[in-house]
Design a protein around this ligand. Structure first.
Ligand code: SF4
Ligand code: SF4
Length: 271
């Protein structure tokens, strides 16, 4: 079987992960589930809530062609400017819910099993080839990872062909969706993003507005090249704010006159 994690150095993977789902339902609570644009439209049409998570990566120059991680990020982002600083913007649509997923049944089975998002079918495997599988970071209980369970990963490669295919499709959708997502952000006036790896700017446009925009771009092939609008960094850290502004970027702190439809999801405490 071809490894979907072939670009990860094998030494950072334990040789074998055993896993089988215990149907505990923990992974179906308090989530922001990444969705492709088609899934986002379906989620909205079924009455769910979809948010738009934005982050921006300073991109002053193109990295070396041999930099696989940079190439992965480049394919899944769109070029833009923030003041004088070139950036690449990463846009993620998520199904957002507190507590149980609206599709979770009382018996902890999925009530939308046939149409559930791809990420639900992949979990607890990772989509990003640069993120190793870490059982301790997953919601699954220890017994799900017992060595008595079937082998899920061997030397960084998933053993289940169906999951391998789903991961490939998810990565491809991440590339193909960028133009559609960029167009939607431009259309909805979304142009605030967190500095990548420090948090997310979370945008909650009205469901009907987002649904209409998704319906227009659904299935369209849209080139993701340069976004017209300037992007603004959102950060809760003074050193980050100062560094971005010194680099010529536009940057603000949460509370600096942001509309109610934007919140900051911080990975670090305020500084
Ligand atoms: S759609 Fe189904 S599998 Fe996915 S989080 Fe909701 S209940 Fe769980
Ligand atoms: S948390 Fe893990 S074991 Fe529990 S239902 Fe989700 S995938 Fe299965």
């Amino acid at each position: 079987m071809t490894s979907v994690h072939s670009s990860i150095p094998p030494q950072i993977h334990p040789a074998i992960h055993h896993f089988s789902c215990t149907m505990c339902g923990k992974c179906c609570h308090n989530l922001r589930l990444p969705l492709d644009t088609e899934e986002a439209l379906q989620w909205l049409r079924s009455g769910g809530k979809v948010q738009v998570l934005c982050e921006a990566i300073p991109w002053p120059a193109e990295p070396d062609a041999a930099n696989g991680l940079a190439a992965y990020k480049h394919e899944r982002s769109v070029a833009a400017m923030s003041g004088e600083l070139p950036v690449r913007v990463v846009i993620t649509f998520v199904a957002a819910f507190e507590g149980a997923c609206p599709h979770l049944r009382a018996d902890m089975k999925c009530g939308a099993y046939e149409t559930r998002p791809r990420v639900c079918r992949i979990y607890p495997a990772e989509v990003n080839p640069f993120v190793p599988l870490m059982p301790q970071g997953k919601a699954c209980p220890p017994e799900a990872w017992s060595t008595s369970m079937p082998r899920m990963m061997v030397d960084g490669a998933l053993t289940d062909a169906q999951t391998v295919t789903l991961v490939r499709r998810s990565r491809q959708a991440g590339i193909e969706d960028m133009g559609r997502k960029a167009l939607i952000c431009q259309h909805l006036g979304i142009f605030v993003g967190a500095l990548a790896n420090e948090g997310f700017a979370v945008h909650s446009p009205p469901a009907t507005v987002l649904e209409d925009a998704l319906a227009v771009v659904n299935g369209m092939a849209i080139d993701a090249t340069q976004m017209q609008q300037e992007w603004i960094f959102l950060t809760n850290r003074s050193p980050t704010l100062a560094a971005l502004q010194a680099a010529g970027a536009l940057a603000i702190r949460p509370g600096d006159g942001l509309p109610d439809t934007i919140e900051y999801l911080a990975f670090h405490g305020d500084e």
